[in-house]
Design a protein around this ligand. Structure first.
Ligand code: FDA
Length: 309
């Protein structure tokens, strides 16, 4: 992992930097590249604009590790409203949450109660509920939460990170259940004891795991793969595998982030390949934005240029 990436991932967890950066105009100007706005209405408008291009969406409100359980209720109410707004707008826009937004740190049972209610509302309105994956101490808990939810409904999915050594084993358990899996490379600063430090190893792991998830035996009801990467080489390789193995079109989708590889998202939409764009919004964008900067050094130069605008 490069020094710059390490520094940005370290900054993502630093409260002092968050406090200052979010008030700084040039940083705020730079964030709009990855986020249509801070309000859910901004995200819904962006989703409406993507729909005619054949691009469906996933909506997520930024925020993680709330400080007290009382805050979870506001987040829960917010997502209930989002599910209704999506329904009213006739959008195919899924919902994605982080467990620590809904009180996982304070009380996993309360977090589950909020999640199951959101999942039920998703089911009732034809929507779909995703669990994001946070840093490695949360993986066991998030998988356990997923399994409890999955026992009640197939309209729930989980993000799984290819950079973790443990993921190969986790995937086998998820395949046995019939699971919707969003395969990502992984966005957090992790120690070499749990995750591949070298990018080439992470890429190789991603390909291997995605190929595993595209195998014939991953066909239990509920099985779905979100190929959640902007890595065009990996996408092309997996498209070949999909063709060769004749993987049915309802078994996979491509998923990318708002503002990244936009041309590619449009191309997939034009080709009629299922593609989703994850749109983030909200005021608590600093840690998430640092992770996006860390993924591509060129993004840092974009921020620097904005300093002089
Ligand atoms: P990689 O980093 O190798 O990038 C490939 C190419 O894509 C780059 O060369 C560049 O061209 C472009 N690119 C990638 N990131 C960019 C950026 N920030 N700015 C500009 N260009 C960029 N992580 C996690 O830990 N938990 C989660 O729940 C999720 N959820 C999630 C959902 C979806 C839909 C996506 C697409 C990603 C996530 N992630 C995530 C983030 C993920 O772990 C990873 O950090 C990023 O997707 C970047 O990795 P890539 O696979 O895109 O490859």
């Amino acid at each position: 992992m490069s020094l710059m990436r390490k520094a940005l991932l370290w900054a993502s967890t630093n409260a002092w930097m968050r406090e200052r950066a979010t008030k700084t105009a040039f940083v705020r100007r730079s964030v709009v590249k990855f986020m249509p706005g801070e309000r859910v209405e901004d995200a819904i408008e962006a989703a409406k604009a993507l729909k005619p291009q054949g691009i469906n969406t996933i909506l997520t409100r930024l925020g993680e590790n709330i400080a007290n359980i009382g805050e979870a209720k506001e987040v829960f109410d917010h997502y209930m409203r989002v599910i209704d707004l999506v329904h009213a707008a006739g959008l195919d826009a899924q919902i994605s949450i982080k467990p620590t937004q809904l009180g996982y740190d304070q009380n996993p049972d309360i977090c589950y109660d909020y999640c199951i209610k959101l999942l039920e509302r998703c089911e009732a309105t034809g929507n779909f509920f995703w669990l994001d994956m946070e840093s490695s101490p949360y993986v066991d808990g998030t998988i356990a939460l997923f399994k409890r939810l999955r026992a009640k409904s197939a309209k729930v999915g989980i993000a799984i990170q290819a950079y973790l050594f443990r993921t190969e084993k986790d995937i086998e358990e998820l395949v046995a259940l019939g699971s919707a899996v969003r395969l990502v490379k992984g966005a957090y600063l992790e120690p070499a004891s749990v995750a591949y430090p070298k990018k080439s190893d992470v890429d190789a792991s991603y390909l291997k795991l995605a190929k595993r998830l595209l195998q014939d035996d991953n066909r239990r009801p509920g099985a779905l793969l979100h190929i959640a990467t902007h890595d065009l080489g990996i996408q092309a390789e997996l498209q070949k595998v999909i063709q060769e193995r004749r993987v049915p079109a309802d078994r996979y989708e491509f998923a990318m982030l708002f503002g990244i590889q936009t041309g590619r998202q449009q191309e997939l939409g034009r080709q009629g390949v299922k593609v989703r764009c994850l749109i983030s919004y909200g005021e608590y964008w600093f840690p998430w934005y640092m992770r996006r900067l860390g993924e591509r050094p060129a993004n840092v130069w974009f921020v620097v240029k904005n300093m002089f605008r």
